[in-house]
Write a protein that binds this ligand. Structure first.
Ligand code: FES
Ligand SMILES: [Fe+2]
Length: 396
């Protein structure tokens, strides 16, 4: 992942004897069919998206009692509810009568204390227990306790809401990508969503993740980003991605050291921060200007000195992927008279639109009858890491 971008000179000196991080042999990419084939997609849904913990949203969007949000992971409709006791509940968005969707709206609040099916009005308590049907007389052998909603495991972690469709979920942390940055010093649970942006892309979910995992594309796809993060202009994500990194190990030039351009403090069009710097960050984290936490397969979290941004990635079909981005701010930042939301959101939306367009081009080209498999270049070692993870999950 793009995690070593801003490492400082001190830590680089400790790595003096290490070789560079790039790939040193030809590595085949995944087979083209893995990005297109419907049966393979179903296999990935079962082994990856219906087995692991999936990030849904920030918990500040589900604070009020009886508020709910609706989500879709692959073919699975899910509803998450904040109950009257303040707990979180997650259910398959499916009525036990004849399977209708229960919650039609993307988000909202229950009208009363019960969850009522829009089809024949079966009514469920907030813990999923069936309280009433609409029949004049139920059959003598009908027992309401046989028909609770299908509950799902749900957990809040650092202000993020994760759900698992597995029968026996693993530890939540099992999906946290090894080597991604730690976000202990960011107060994610106390932040609030200031903006949300959603895009449906015509590409396989892995195509977008692979794009995230390399900067070989950065100079031609992201000219604005390369100005803000000069090392990306060299087509690499971290200082050790270059075979000659030893020659620049004492340089503080962000082109070699990573981090943001001189004078810039955050990911924004102006390069300026939109509010106070988070008080718990270390000097190195502030100097770096960007850190990335990854939880495969569903989210990466970009952490800046003044705000955070979650990018949730969910498959909708073999060749269709949804990204939903939430920008998280400190309440005092949102309350500022001079708060310039567009300066912050406009920059990331520009970059993500560029990545989405590149991903869609990538997807189209994968259909060539003679294209069986690509090849990874030295700078694409994080892509290899991602593909190895996919292989391990799918048993390939
Ligand atoms: S399907 Fe829900 S009440 Fe009939
Ligand atoms: Fe990109």
């Amino acid at each position: 992942m793009k995690t070593k971008t801003g490492a400082k000179a001190e830590s680089r000196k400790q790595d003096d004897d290490a070789d560079f991080d790039g790939l040193t042999r030809v590595v085949p990419s995944l087979a083209a069919s893995c990005y297109i084939d419907a049966d393979w997609y179903q296999h990935e849904l079962e082994r990856i998206f219906y087995s692991g913990w999936i990030y849904l949203c920030h918990s500040s969007t589900l604070v009020a009692a009886r508020s709910f949000r609706r989500f879709r992971i692959g073919t699975q409709e899910i509803v998450v509810l904040r109950d009257d006791q303040g707990g979180l509940r997650a259910f398959h968005n499916s009525c036990r009568h004849r399977g209708s969707i229960l919650c039609e709206r993307e988000s909202g609040r229950l009208q009363g204390k019960l969850i009522v099916c829009p089809y024949h009005q079966w009514a469920y308590a907030q813990d999923g227990e069936l309280k009433a049907t609409s029949s004049i007389r139920e059959a003598p052998d009908f027992d309401k306790s046989d028909y609770p909603l299908h509950a799902l495991a749900v957990q809040e972690w650092r202000g993020g809401i994760f759900v698992s469709l597995a029968d026996t979920p693993a530890e939540l942390s099992s999906g946290f990508e090894r080597g991604s940055d730690r976000i202990d010093n960011w107060p994610m649970e106390s932040l609030q969503v200031g903006h949300r942006w959603r895009k449906v892309m015509q590409c396989n979910w892995k195509v977008f993740w692979e794009n995230f995992n390399e900067c070989l594309h950065c100079p031609n796809i992201h000219p604005e980003l390369c100005e803000l993060v000069p090392i990306y202009g060299r087509r690499i994500s971290g200082y050790r991605d270059a075979p000659d990194w030893h020659a620049h190990r004492d340089s503080s030039d962000p082109k070699y050291a990573g981090g943001l351009r001189a004078g810039a403090h955050s990911w924004s069009t102006s390069g300026q921060a939109c509010g106070p710097v988070f008080p718990g960050l270390t000097p190195a984290e502030v100097a770096r200007g960007q850190s990335y936490f990854v939880s495969l397969p569903s989210v990466f979290i970009a952490c800046h000195v003044d705000y955070m941004r979650t990018v949730r990635i969910l498959p909708l079909g073999p060749e269709q992927t949804e990204i939903e981005v939430e920008w998280l701010f400190q309440p005092q930042t949102l309350a500022r008279d001079d708060f310039d939301l567009e300066d912050i959101t406009g920059f990331a939306i520009l970059v993500m639109q560029q990545d989405a367009a590149a991903s869609e081009l990538n997807q189209l080209g994968l259909h060539a009858r003679r294209f069986k498999q690509g090849v990874l270049m030295p700078e694409e070692h994080y892509v290899k890491g991602f593909q190895d993870w996919v292989r391990a999950q799918t048993g390939d």
